[in-house]
Design a protein around this ligand. Structure first.
Ligand code: NAD
Ligand code: ZN
Length: 242
């Protein structure tokens, strides 16, 4: 083994020792499937910062822009598939090496790869409701800008917008697992979005961070691996099997 894999090997040891391992993912988990994250580059959508459109304010004040943004994101997901990293995480759950996944991603790729125990902390882009009365809707109603038959309101995806609270059930479940965890592996997130940013500090277990960029603020973690999620998870999977 080359020395460049020492951090991977440390994480493998933590995994062997842990009875309860939680994986926490962000947008960087999905970039290798072809979905851009929010912070690595700017102006990827019509030169508009997505952080200003994925907001409660945009939904209220500029529904047309909000609608265009989420329609574009939905259409962009058309032929997106999970990558090898998603499948490795799903396999680890089957093998009893991972007990749950908490994700900030709304794309559903962990489920699609076969992960069962997934807490979608920021909701899902694949289900819809009327923003005003909460009535359930379907994708077509959103895409065609139909008005709600119950109250005349606007349909929206069930994602958590900036300014909105997280779904209680997903948050409570993620917190339960993180408090129980012997090991939390954080993958592909800038950890800038509250309150998910606090989760890695809410465990008494070991913490690991896998990300393309690692800054000094990540010295908090017991082990860090700088690199792409798919590559790092593949190396760890190989070490687990060697
Ligand atoms: P972010 O864009 O703030 O940060 C992504 C992090 O991942 C960055 O630090 C980047 O360096 C890293 N990264 C990029 N590609 C990587 C790779 N291949 N392997 C490892 N690391 C990689 O994303 P965030 O922290 O998740 O927060 C952004 C918010 O936007 C969240 O609320 C999230 O719900 C939402 N979002 C979701 C999706 C999605 O569902 N796929 C996509 C974009 C944004
Ligand atoms: Zn309604």
């Amino acid at each position: 083994m080359t020395s460049s894999y020492q951090h991977h090997a440390t994480l493998v040891n933590y995994m062997y020792q842990s009875k309860h391992t939680v994986i926490l993912t962000g947008a960087g988990m999905s970039t290798e499937s072809g979905i851009p994250d929010f912070r690595s580059r700017s102006g990827w959508w019509k030169d508009i910062d997505p952080l200003t459109v994925a907001t409660e304010e945009a939904l209220h004040k500029n529904y047309d822009l909000f609608h265009e943004f989420y329609s574009a994101r939905l259409k962009g997901l058309g032929d997106i598939k999970p990558h090898k990293g998603h499948f490795i995480i799903a396999k680890w759950e089957q093998d009893g090496l991972v007990q749950s996944v908490a994700t900030q991603n709304v794309d559903g790729l962990h489920h699609e790869a076969g992960s069962q125990n997934v807490d979608q902390l920021h909701g899902s882009i694949h289900s819809f409701r009327c923003h005003d009365c909460g009535m359930k809707g379907v994708k077509q109603q959103f895409l065609e800008k139909e008005s709600c038959s119950n109250c005349g309101g606007h349909f929206r995806p069930n994602v958590v917008l900036f300014g909105e609270a997280l779904p209680d059930d997903a948050w409570d479940s993620a917190l339960f697992h993180i408090q129980k965890a012997d090991l939390v592996i954080v993958i592909g997130t800038s950890l800038q979005v509250y309150p998910v940013s606090q989760l890695p500090r809410m465990t008494s277990g070991k913490t690991a961070f896998i990300n393309k960029e690692i800054g000094s603020e990540q010295s908090f973690f017991d082990v860090t691996i700088e690199g792409s999620a798919g590559e790092a998870l593949s190396v760890i999977e190989q070490l687990l099997n060697s």
